[in-house]
Ligand binder design. Sequence first.
Ligand code: ZN
Length: 212
Amino acid sequence: MIVTLISVEYGRITATARGCLKPKAKLRYSAEPFNFGEYVLQGSGGRYVITECNQIEAFSAVTADIEKYYAACMILESLERLTKEPQPLLLSRSLSALSDLAYGDKEADCVITSFLKDVISLNGLSLDFAHCNVCKCDLEEDAYFSDRDGIVCRHCKAMTDIPIDSMTRAYLSGAADEVPHALRQKANILLSNLVYQMLGVRIGAHYFTESI
Ligand SMILES: [Zn+2]
C-alpha cells in the first residue's frame, strides 16, 4: 500500500507499507488513516519503504461517530494539502483537533471552526470578526471579507468583497456560541472559502457535501 505521511521534520512524504493488510503484520498500524507514531523509513530520492512503526496515538474513537469521522477526515485532508514544506505548527494543531474530536465533548463542527480559523492565522493572516480592519469600528451587523484588508464593515467594503451575514460573523467572532448546526456549517464553508482566497488551496469540498 502507498501511504502519505506528514512529518514534523520532512513535511509530506510518500512511502510504501508492505504486508500491512495482514491482521498480524508488524506494520498493520502504519497505513491506518489517523495513525500518529514514530516511523522508520528506508530508501532515498523520494522512494521509501516503511520498516518500522511505533504507534503513539490512533484517535480510533473518531470512527464511532459519523460527524466526527468526517471532520477528522477533513483535518487530514487539510494537513495533506497545506503541507508542501514542513509545517510543524499545522501538524501540532491538527493533532490537537483530532484529539478534541476523539476525546473532547465539543461538537464536530465547532472543532472544525476553530481549526480553520487557526489554519488562517498560522499563515499570518489572522482575521478579526469583531472589528473593521480599516476604520476599526465595532462590527455589529453584516461584514465583508476583503482580499486586501481582511474583515471590513459595510462603509469600508469594495464591490467585489465577500459578504458575511451578521449571525455568521457573530459566531466567528466568538460572541455567539450556542448556534444551530446549519449556521456553524455555513460559517465553516465560508472559512474554507477564505482559506482558498488567501492560500489558493481548496479544502473540505468532500466534507461539506457529505455532511449536508
Ligand atoms: Zn470600516
